[in-house]
Structures are given as structure tokens and as C-alpha cells.
Ligand binder design. Structure first.
Ligand SMILES: Nc1ncnc2c1ncn2[C@@H]1O[C@H](COP(=O)(O)OP(=O)(O)OP(=O)(O)O)[C@@H](O)[C@H]1O
Ligand SMILES: [Mg+2]
Length: 239
């Protein structure tokens, strides 16, 4: 067995005196989509923020791609291949679509390959080519999400962490976005850590996933197993 791309040991994290993640153990394999499920406030966003160095962990160990990420700084994590698309995308609203995309290619290697990556991103999301000179703040919710994912791809990530990418999107846009994510995984060998409010969709899309409850990891299993789990169905899918 090869080493997992991401491995998390005894990770605790939070805000000041608030413990939001308690002793998390997790492994994500290269080339898989891994979903994180949990109620509001369960710690999903905190997990992503801690992994990519936006929040300092209280304790524990994170390894990514054979490197120690336990005390990584956010900019360091990004150029080493771990990139988060935060909730709502956080584009620069007064910059154009193209300027936002170019900002994604912030490190040397990504700069060097920028025009090729840009072509790939625009063929993946043709709507961004049509809107290239439009201010990002004037995009629709779906277009904004595509632009945010596109910007993240511009930095040539190994692992993309998506926080609620379907928030506010019409069902057809959600399907489209998830199709794109799946094609990136299949064709580009990308690894995805997905936090998604639509639990059914997320579990159908992923190979494996986990359930967080009040900052604790309570289940890790395949997507199919979790979909069949009566407790998951009752608690997170309203079945
Ligand atoms: N900036 C902050 N300062 C203090 N506490 C915070 C902060 N952000 C989150 N928390 C707390 O940490 C816990 C986990 O929050 P987190 O945002 O990770 O949850 P989540 O699972 O992403 O929820 P949601 O589904 O609502 O996005 C919650 O109890 C929350 O109140
Ligand atoms: Mg959240």
C-alpha cells in the first residue's frame, strides 16, 4: 500500500479557548474524493482551515505528500499543493474574472505554466471565457463558484478542499459543478476533500467519507456504506 496523500493524527484545533476539533484521525488517498459530513458547527470548516494552515492546530500531526504540515503557514500549504476554496468562493469582486484566475497562479511553477493552465480552466468552465472581462462581483452564484474553483486550479493543486461549493446553487448548477469535479479527479488525478451541505450528493460522489459530530470524528467509511447508514440518513439526509 502506498502512503496516503494526507494523514492526520490526533489533531485538535479551535479558536482561543474553544475546542472545535477533538483528536481527529484521518487519511485521504491520492485520487479520491473524500466527503466530510456533519451538522452546523460540527467543525467541518475548522478542519479545512486547520489543514491548510489558516488556523494553528492545538495539537496533533498532519502529513501531506510526504511532508510535515503540522505547523504549515497558509501560503506554504498552497504552493505545496493543498488549496482551499472557501465558502462563497471569496473572489475579489472588483477585479475581473481573468484577474481573479491569474491571481491563482501565485507561485513560480504555476506562473511558468499559467497560459496552459488557463486554457485548461477555460475549457473546463467555458462560461468563464465568456465572462473573462466581467467583474467577479457581477457573476451569478454558480459562475462565481466555477471561478473560485478555476482560481484554485490555477495554482496546480494536488488536493482541492471545497467548503460547501453548492451553497446557493440551483440543482442543475450543482450537478454541473460536481461533474466537473469528478472529471478533474478522473482525468487529472486530483484529490478532493469535500464539505457539502447536500449530504446525499456528497456521499454519492465520494469514494469515502467521514462524519463529524461536535468536533469528534464518529464514522469513517465508504460513501456507499454511509449512504446506507440509517443514522446518517436520519440525521443528515432527513430520511
Ligand atoms: N472564528 C471563530 N471564533 C470562535 N469560534 C468559532 C469560530 N469559527 C467557528 N467557531 C466555532 O467552532 C465550531 C466549529 O465551527 P465550524 O465553522 O468549523 O463548523 P461547520 O461544521 O463548518 O458548520 P457549518 O455547517 O455551519 O458551516 C462551532 O462551535 C463554531 O461556533
Ligand atoms: Mg462550515
Amino acid at each position: 500500500m502506498s502512503e496516503p496523500l494526507l494523514s492526520v493524527r490526533s489533531l485538535s484545533s479551535g479558536y482561543g479557548h474553544v475546542l472545535a476539533l477533538d483528536n481527529i484521525q484521518l487519511e485521504v488517498n491520492e485520487g479520491e474524493i473524500f466527503s466530510v459530513v456533519g451538522a452546523n458547527g460540527a467543525g467541518k470548516t475548522t478542519l479545512l482551515l486547520t489543514l491548510c494552515g489558516h488556523i494553528k492546530a492545538f495539537a496533533g500531526e498532519v502529513r501531506f505528500d510526504g511532508q510535515d504540515f503540522s505547523r504549515i503557514a497558509a501560503h506554504d500549504a498552497a504552493w505545496r499543493g493543498m488549496v482551499m476554496v472557501p465558502e462563497g468562493g471569496r473572489l475579489f469582486p472588483f477585479m475581473t474574472v481573468m484577474e481573479n484566475l491569474e491571481l491563482g497562479a501565485f507561485h513560480h511553477e504555476a506562473r511558468k505554466r499559467m497560459s496552459q493552465t488557463l486554457d485548461e480552466v477555460l475549457s473546463l468552465f467555458p462560461v468563464l471565457a465568456d465572462r473573462r472581462d466581467q467583474l467577479a462581483g457581477r457573476l451569478s452564484g454558480g459562475e462565481r463558484q466555477m471561478c473560485a474553483v478555476g482560481r484554485a486550479l490555477m495554482s496546480l493543486p494536488r488536493m482541492l478542499m471545497l467548503d460547501e461549493p453548492s451553497l446557493g446553487l440551483a440543482p442543475i448548477m450543482v450537478d454541473r459543478l460536481f461533474d466537473k469535479v469528478q472529471s478533474l479527479v478522473q482525468n487529472k488525478g486530483l484529490t478532493v476533500l469535500l464539505v457539502e451541505q447536500n449530504v446525499g450528493n456528497a456521499l454519492r460522489l465520494c469514494q469515502r467519507g467521514c462524519v463529524l459530530d461536535h468536533g469528534r470524528l464518529v464514522k469513517v467509511s465508504t460513501g456507499a456504506e454511509l449512504l446506507r447508514d440509517p443514522e446518517v440518513q436520519r440525521t443528515y439526509m432527513g430520511v
